[in-house]
Design a protein around this ligand. Structure first.
Ligand code: NAP
Length: 337
């Protein structure tokens, strides 16, 4: 449905760079630029590409907004002291759509190279493009302990915004010591009788401002130097078996829910073997140009190897990648390719 709307809009908004325009040749749709992923990086790339009148298309298999769409509040994006994650995501999506940039609701399964062209196999058919910006972000990692899979959706969760309200007046456990664990743990204090953070070290990794807020919240408790060994419960989570890594002592935490925030895994399976990835699967891209190991493919946002993964840095990446993609397309045109 979205696809046909996208194609409808296209005719109105885009002439395409250098007179190129989108066409359908048989089943294959042709664009100059494909942006894969509709989080802050991809949507920003979309805004910049659209304003440069690049003939582009965005692919997003879920809800545009990426991780911020399931984040209760964003408090460090300049211009907004505090803004709901979903609201910020919706505003970014609206911004891209206002230029007529199509957002196709389809997964991109693979990219193959055919000379200068990149051929994308998607759930919406085949697309042929000259440049690609990969902005597919990252998904939560699992702990990999017994009970985690079996009780998923029955007290095991990776999304406080989605599931927190089910645990009103119940004890909640959060695992991890990064920004996600502490920020989402604070959000969960709205619901739970208590929120106990289980962390494998005795120091948090989270931003100091979140730490200060967490330490002064009377509902937040911390269990240091401790890892989860098993999530127990018949039909729902009932208790968490934990082990102190210094003393090896085993103990149990009574909890109706466990929210797991132990880091992210990049969504790069579909480009394995096509572009260079690091050992964790993040895309290796040039810090200045965001160019990957394949000419014409750029990486933006959390999906690439980088120091700081924030909305602000994703937005920076998105704009850089779009400008670099435009330069690449112009070079191709100058070379008559
Ligand atoms: P993260 O920063 O990688 O933190 C993961 C946490 O989980 C760390 O404390 C880590 O412990 C712990 N951990 C990892 N594997 C574990 C395991 N197997 N068992 C137990 N604990 C484990 O991940 P994140 O918090 O999801 O954040 C991801 C990125 O998004 C970061 O760059 C973060 O800054 C950013 N982010 C920013 C905000 C914001 O509002 N500013 C919000 C959310 C996320 P160690 O500390 O010992 O390594």
């Amino acid at each position: 449905m979205r696809t046909s709307l996208a194609w409808g809009l296209l005719g109105e908004g885009f002439g395409g760079l250098g007179g190129l325009s989108s066409t359908e040749s048989g089943e294959t749709k042709v664009y100059d630029l494909a942006i894969i992923g509709g989080g802050p990086a991809g949507l920003t790339a979309g805004v910049y590409a659209a304003r440069s009148r690049i003939n582009g298309v965005i692919f997003e298999q879920g809800t545009p907004g990426g991780q911020i769409a399931t984040t209760e509040v964003v408090a460090n994006y300049p211009g907004f002291t505090e803004i709901g994650g979903l609201e910020l995501a919706e505003r970014m999506e609206e911004h891209v759509r206002s230029f007529g940039m199509p957002i196709v609701a389809a997964e991109v399964m693979s990219i193959t190279l055919d000379g200068d062209e990149k051929v994308l196999e998607t759930a919406d058919g085949t697309y042929r493009v000259k440049a690609v910006i990969i902005a597919t972000g990252a998904n939560p990692k699992q702990l990999g302990v017994p009970g985690e899979d079996r009780l998923r959706g029955r007290g095991v969760s990776y999304c406080a915004t989605c599931d927190g309200a089910f645990f009103k007046d119940r004890p909640i456990v959060v695992v991890g010591g990064g920004d996600s664990a502490i920020k989402e743990g604070l959000y969960l204090t709205k619901f739970g009788t208590s929120v106990t953070v289980v962390h494998r070290r005795d120091q948090l990794r989270a931003e100091k401002a979140w730490q200060e807020e967490a330490f002064k919240n009377p509902k937040m408790h911390f269990v240091w130097d401790t890892v989860v060994e098993e999530i127990e419960g018949q039909k729902m989570v009932e208790r968490i078996r934990v082990r102190n890594v210094k003393t090896q002592a085993i103990s149990y935490l009574e909890a109706d829910a466990i929210f797991i925030y132990v880091g992210m895994r990049p969504n790069t399976g579909f480009v394995q073997g096509v572009i260079d990835l690091d050992e964790q699967g993040y895309i290796i891209a040039d810090e200045r140009t965001l160019a990957t190991s394949v000419p014409g493919i750029f990486a933006a946002g959390d999906v690439r190897q980088k120091e700081l993964r924030q909305v602000a840095t994703a937005v920076g990446d998105g704009s850089t990648a779009a400008v670099q993609a435009e330069e690449y397309l112009e070079e191709l045109k100058r070379a008559g390719r």
